[in-house]
Design a protein around this ligand. Structure first.
Ligand SMILES: Cc1cc2nc3c(=O)[nH]c(=O)nc-3n(C[C@H](O)[C@H](O)[C@H](O)COP(=O)(O)O)c2cc1C
Length: 310
């Protein structure tokens, strides 16, 4: 079944959840435009999440998703809110949704885990996931170790559920490439950082628009690898890491640094973004982003302007 039919959306375009960023304004704008907006639940209490869902449903009658980052300490408190509010889709990350998979599926909620490799994709398919997002390390925020180009086709070949490609996708060419690799749809974060509705400082948006292909880097290790724009603060973190500085010294710089970026703190913010930021060249309404992305992908798939092709 096509992803659009499965999720009841017009375009197989998903706005990936962004911690403390993808709130009701952006999510509603993407869903109203025919994609699937995904609400962050990072930083929410059951009450504030209920309120946020109310605001979202006031702005859109279309399907949307909610993200559960499984490192969040209050997952067990947020789950009943998702179930009683009949949220259409839950996206999970940073852990396994196995303990509550059945309760979500039994409530009629579709579950789409974000996965970093084939083994975890297969495990998720076994426990009943509706689809998976195969996300490569090109992406912004917390990243895995594999690239989108290598991960997506291998996951597509390994599971019988739809695979959504994420990481390094932000224009017609990259969407067309993902579909050519067998993806049923695409998930994007970085391109939506530059949406008018995204509730982050203008400074953050302008940094995304100004970024070039080589302007991101990765800090942290293991499950805590994070891709951000190379700013003096991030360069300092890399320097301290190289010097094997005490973790507390590094944490003093990185703690709450995304929140600082959201607020436009030029010096202390960590401006998380993906490698594809280089193709994002303007701040636009989310609806325009969605429409143009799909239009350009269709042009890429149906015409060829590459004169060197045989
Ligand atoms: C600032 C930022 C914050 C993010 N926060 C989350 C998150 O809380 N949960 C999650 O599953 N993915 C998160 N992501 C990943 C996105 O949902 C999406 O999968 C990713 O951005 C896709 O790659 P791209 O950045 O190349 O478009 C975040 C990405 C960014 C850029």
């Amino acid at each position: 079944m096509a992803l659009t039919e499965l999720l009841n959306i017009k375009y197989p375009i998903i706005q990936g959840s962004m911690a403390a960023i993808s709130k009701h304004e952006l999510v509603a704008a993407v869903s109203n435009a025919g994609g699937l907006g995904v609400l962050t639940s990072v930083g929410f209490t059951p009450d504030s999440l209920r309120q946020e869902l109310g605001e979202l449903r006031y702005l859109t009658k279309k399907p949307f998703g909610v993200n559960l980052m499984l490192q969040q300490p209050n997952i067990n408190d947020l789950l009943p809110v998702l179930i009683t509010n009949h949220v259409p889709v839950v996206f999970t990350g940073a852990g396994t949704p196995a303990p509550f998979m059945d309760s979500l599926l039994n409530a009629g909620i579709k579950v789409i885990p974000v996965i970093p490799n084939v083994k975890i994709a297969q495990k998720m398919a076994e426990i009943g996931a509706t689809a998976v997002v195969a996300e490569g390390m090109e992406s912004g925020g917390h990243i895995g170790t594999e690239t989108t180009m290598t991960l997506v086709p291998q996951v597509v070949n390994a599971v019988d559920i739809p695979v959504i490609a994420g990481g390094g996708i932000a224009n017609g060419q990259t969407i067309a490439a993902a579909l050519a690799m067998g993806a049923a749809g695409v998930q994007m974060g970085t391109v939506f950082l530059a949406a008018e509705e995204t509730p982050i400082s203008d400074y953050y948006k302008k940094l995304i628009v100004a970024a070039k292909d080589t302007d991101t880097t990765v800090t942290g290790s293991g499950a805590n690898r994070v891709r951000s724009l190379k700013t003096p603060m991030i360069e300092k973190v890399l320097e301290l890491t190289q010097q094997h500085a005490e973790p507390e010294k590094i944490a003093a710089l990185t703690d709450h640094s995304l929140a600082k970026a959201i607020d436009g703190d030029v010096v202390n913010g960590s401006f998380m973004a993906g490698q594809i930021a280089g193709v994002v060249d303007a701040i636009k309404p989310a609806a325009q982003i969605v429409e143009e992305l799909w239009r350009d992908a269709m042009i890429e798939l149906t015409t060829t302007s590459r004169t060197w092709l045989p």
